[in-house]
Design a protein around this ligand. Structure first.
Ligand code: MRU
Length: 343
């Protein structure tokens, strides 16, 4: 299995997703600031993986604090968590994981600092191992939606690399393949950062799951040609009504899917749901640097000083989503009721 993130000798080890597919190498973060840098520069990316990295980063930060009074320790630890929370704005899992770490710190407040630090490290490791279990459950729940011979389209990377392992959307595909179904996956390249071409195609090839790479603007034509049976993607944040933020380009796929009567599925853990947001309108959408659009592999492909708009995510309205696959089961419409039932 691909190891995306793990704790080793007081470092947070991450597979360098910027180096893939050309090189398979790991980065060892020795401080929480290095973890923040890796989240920002996409060395680690994908909502659940960002959550695990944040939790481990917080534990790492706690482990480096000097000896303090319980009150001061709490204050410093919370400040570290708040700093990590600034790394990226959209993925709900980042905030969810940090809230969980803060809760543990509060629960164990007053314990000796060394014991509390050990507890925080254990909690971060637990968030990591639980994520893999959750993905396997999601795979089991979602796999009956796929039939032998299906051609599935996916966007971005919602695989082992985007999680602690196994994947969300790719986890469902993986589970169906493990059950002996013969699936074929079309992977959107996913402009501008190419998570589909660099990461999804790499993962599927490694797993020997048949895959064809297409550019984003080909998806509609393939649907029109009857080449796509189902679409499945991951999520960065799901509002209480089912509106879903995911990688830019997801919304266009959902509109195309509706026009061609193709089922459109989301696969995400419950930790991606933001119960506090009534609709997707409140989801903060990250805007990334213009070079992601003006440059290709470091080479400029646009006129100098051109104005650029580069939102990293879009929001797909619940009405365009067929069902949401979670570890607790498949959520059907009306999503606001199904989601409220998860609380
Ligand atoms: O900018 P990224 O690469 O972090 O965006 C990731 C996505 O949009 C994924 O599809 C999403 O996080 C789901 S991953 C299981």
């Amino acid at each position: 299995m691909i190891r995306t993130i793990f704790w080793k000798n007081d470092t947070v080890v991450l597979i360098d997703q910027n180096a893939l597919p050309l090189a398979e190498r790991y980065v060892a973060c020795k401080s929480y600031k290095e973890v923040i840098f890796c989240i920002k520069d996409l060395t680690v990316r994908g909502a659940p993986a960002i959550g695990v990295a944040a939790a481990m980063g917080a534990a790492l930060g706690a482990s480096k604090l000097p000896s303090l009074s319980p009150e001061k320790f709490r204050q410093k630890f919370f400040a570290i968590c708040d700093e990590i929370a600034q790394a990226r704005p959209t993925a709900r899992n980042l905030f969810w994981a940090l809230e969980r770490m803060k809760k543990v710190a509060d629960l164990k407040h007053g314990e000796s600092q060394s014991k509390l630090v050990r507890t925080l490290i254990t909690e971060a490791k637990r968030i990591c191992s639980e994520d893999i279990e959750i993905n396997r459950k999601m795979g089991k729940n979602g796999s009956p939606l796929f039939a032998d011979g299906d051609n599935i389209l996916t966007h971005c990377n919602a695989g082992a690399l985007a999680t602690a392992g196994y994947g969300t959307a790719l986890g469902v595909i993986r589970a169906a393949c493990e059950q002996g179904k013969k699936l074929h996956v079309y992977a959107d390249e996913t402009r501008p950062v190419l998570q589909g071409a660099r990461l999804t195609a790499w993962e599927l090839k490694k797993e020997k799951i048949p895959c064809t790479l297409i550019t984003d603007n080909m998806a509609g034509f393939l649907m029109c040609q009857g080449k796509i049976d189902k679409i499945i993607v991951g999520a960065d944040r799901i509002a209480a009504n089912g509106d879903t933020a995911n990688k830019i380009g997801t919304y266009s796929l959902a509109v195309l899917a509706r026009a061609h009567h193709i089922p459109f599925y989301i696969a995400a853990p419950v930790s991606t749901i933001d119960f506090s947001l009534k609709t997707g309108e409140g989801i903060p959408i990250e805007e990334r640097k213009s070079e992601e659009v003006t440059h290709f592999s470091g080479v400029c492909s646009a006129p100098g000083k051109i104005k650029v708009y580069n939102p990293a995510f879009d929001v797909t309205p619940a009405r365009l989503i067929t069902a949401i696959i979670t570890e607790k089961g498949i959520l059907q419409k009306p999503f606001h009721i199904a989601i409220a039932g998860l609380k």
